[in-house]
Design a protein around this ligand. Structure first.
Ligand code: GDP
Ligand code: MG
Length: 292
């Protein structure tokens, strides 16, 4: 008997959704940083064995939309309520409320709901018991409440077993060796975004989008040309940095991780362009892969 199903991971920004998915599929697929809104797109991560196939969806964190970009990010969360066999709501220790809108949707769910309390490495037994009781009362319809530490891989096997137990019987949807529904180009732009999130402060990462302009792949080397879009001239200067040092560092860090991903040498060429309205412009957002 083979089981398979779609499991959607939702929750506020920074609670560890991407870390959780990466650990469950044992692959660093989704980018993780300490900053909110690291994940902008819905990313599928697939794990297959002889007994089951689970198709996880990592989603952007739930937030109040300030830009059309955010509205598009939130649409992906709406979808994740309707196309899942199981929904995992991730909260972190100390978190004691969740968005009203989300609660309403959760109450209408007709598939199992797991509440995962993450980052318990930062808590103690007494606090944990209080949080457990809080969520049990707040979400009476919850199927399971599972405390974990995604970072330290604690209780992840228990979580995985409980997920499998809830999945419907059925054939695999994806080939066994498929890890994701996204292609290499997508992961290359994600890696560059990750390094931008790590190298620049404040609004810079949130004003930035990355697109691949050319990808020339050969046996020994991939020549990748990417464009970093910013909103303003002043941000372009910050991205470049003093004597171009900041962009150089970002480029080197990105190239190393891309080389590991592709398993070959990479030539990475980064260009900076100004696009004053990309976060609000429907066509631009579409070009960057948002929506649908
Ligand atoms: P997301 O925004 O929900 O996808 O969160 P991320 O997976 O990007 O993680 C946000 C931050 O929380 C990162 O700095 C992670 O390293 C950290 N984090 C994730 N899981 C844990 C955990 O179990 N314990 C601790 N202490 N930190 C964690
Ligand atoms: Mg994330």
């Amino acid at each position: 008997m083979h089981k398979s199903g779609f499991v959607n991971i939702i929750g506020k920004p920074n609670v560890g959704k991407s870390t959780l998915m990466n650990k469950l599929i044992k692959q660093d697929l989704s980018i993780v940083t300490h900053k909110a809104q690291t994940t902008r797109h819905r990313i599928k991560g697939i794990v297959s064995t002889d007994e089951y196939q689970i198709v996880f969806s990592d989603t952007p964190g739930i937030l109040k939309p300030a830009y059309k970009l955010h509205a598009k990010m939130m649409e992906t969360i709406d979808h994740s309520f309707t196309d899942a066999d199981l929904v995992i709501l991730v909260v972190e220790v100390g978190e004691k409320k969740t968005d009203e809108e989300v609660l309403k949707k959760i109450k209408k769910l007709n598939v199992p709901l797991f509440l995962v309390i993450n980052k318990i490495d930062l808590s103690d037994q007494e606090k944990l018991e209080m949080i457990y009781e809080f969520w049990k009362t707040a979400l009476p319809s919850v199927t399971e409440i599972i405390p974990i530490s995604a970072l330290e891989n604690f209780n992840m096997d228990v979580l995985l077993n409980k997920i499998v137990a809830c999945l419907p019987e059925g054939p695999a949807y994806f080939a066994k060796d498929e890890m994701s529904d996204r292609n290499e180009r997508f992961f290359v732009t994600e890696i560059i975004r990750e390094k931008i999130l790590l190298n620049y402060k404040k609004e810079i990462p949130y004003s930035t989008e990355v697109a691949i302009t050319d990808f020339k792949d050969s046996k020994d080397i991939a020549r990748i040309y990417a464009t970093i879009y910013v909103l303003r001239e002043s941000q372009k200067a910050i991205i470049l940095g003093h004597k171009g040092e900041a962009i150089k560092r970002t480029g080197t860090q990105s190239r190393k991780k891309i080389e590991a991903l592709l398993g070959k040498k990479v030539h990475l060429d980064l260009t900076i362009k100004i696009s004053d309205n990309w976060r609000e412009d429907e066509n631009q957002l579409k070009r960057f892969g948002y929506g649908n």
